[in-house]
Design a protein around this ligand. Sequence first.
Ligand code: NDP
Ligand code: MG
Length: 396
Amino acid sequence: MSAVQQITVLGATGSIGLSTLDVIARHPERYQVFALTGFSRLTELLALCVRHVPRFAVVPEVEAASRLQEELRAAGLATQVLVGEQGLCDVASAPEVDAVMAAIVGAAGLRPTLAAVEAGKKILLANKEALVMSGALFMQAVGKSGSVLLPIDSEHNAIFQCMPTDFSRGLSQVGVRRILLTASGGPFRQTPLEELEHVSPEQACAHPNWSMGRKISVDSASMMNKGLELIEACWLFDAKPSQVEVVVHPQSVIHSLVDYVDGSVLAQLGNPDMRTPIANALAWPERIDSGVAPLDLFAIARLDFQAPDEQRFPCLRLARQAAEVGDSAPAMLNAANEVAVSAFLERRIRYPEIASIIDEVLTREPVVAVNELDAVFAADAKARVLAQQWLQRNGR
Ligand code: NDP
Ligand code: MG
């Protein structure tokens, strides 16, 4: 194996960021932390810097940067603090960096992740929203720079592991019939429909199997997460939306499956712990210890499967429609969802209104071609304005 790899962790203070640092710390002979970035949890960022001694740390604004710089100096560290989106793009594309964990949540991750792609880095992609927003441009940039793109989302990492190595030739060329994307169904899989009006952010964030950030937890409850993942799978594996079937599998043990024309169906199984896909992508094509306990099939005993219920989960239907329409529709879907989920987390709207807001934005705004990044951000901004208008009109 070659020299120690330098890793930038975008979104280090989050759930994926922390799991990544846990795996990295198990293999000091393989990985060194080059840069860590945070946004609001800056005390945690300082503690992570003390533990992992990065060359750079990135925070959103100048005042926080001076404070952190001072604290780092007092702790005897030479870590240099950079600021804002430019700082994120710099640590994502620095020549010394081998791999970038893209784990900022939401649209805020797009520019830094693209900067890493354009610099030809190995990309460990957790930030699915970046790919949903700008799939065509993102994949073109990957092709152009020769960047290696490895999925961190557990389902896509599972699909990646079950695909033949030459899947980029095209799914039909390699004998793949369809992708089976598993979904736990989240905390509201069996909640009576009339009770969904009254569910709280805490209930939405209490995922039965996974511990995650708040935004993706709400997305999992509404199954918008699966909708975003459907779009993500289409870009990563060059699939049509009709080739991706969502399968509700409440135990979250099978992380997804690939169905081949000869009738073989390959699945990847494991305990629901993001350190498995993170370790898989970090070491690919090798394998390293992730710290995850071995799967105990006798304890699990049974695996269940159901078709998704689109009446219960209208966000999944909206995402599939956006995937089929293409162009600016996925960027608008994502932006409207980000606004709606924030409003729900702030208790300004009820849970079913997340889908109402997204539906209205997608109905009101015509779809346009997105051939450049500015057009993606324009569609994103337009959808945010329309979603805000919904909130104002409804007195939220
Ligand atoms: P968290 O909310 O736990 O972490 C998000 C990270 O992004 C934090 O480091 C946060 O900083 C940072 N951040 C938030 N807003 C901004 C911003 N405007 N600019 C720069 N940085 C920002 O989320 P997760 O770790 O759960 O998820 C991260 C990504 O990974 C998401 O795209 C999610 O969909 C994806 N993912 C997550 C999975 C999981 O199991 N958690 C599974 C599959 C995919 P701070 O905390 O300091 O505010
Ligand atoms: Mg997932």
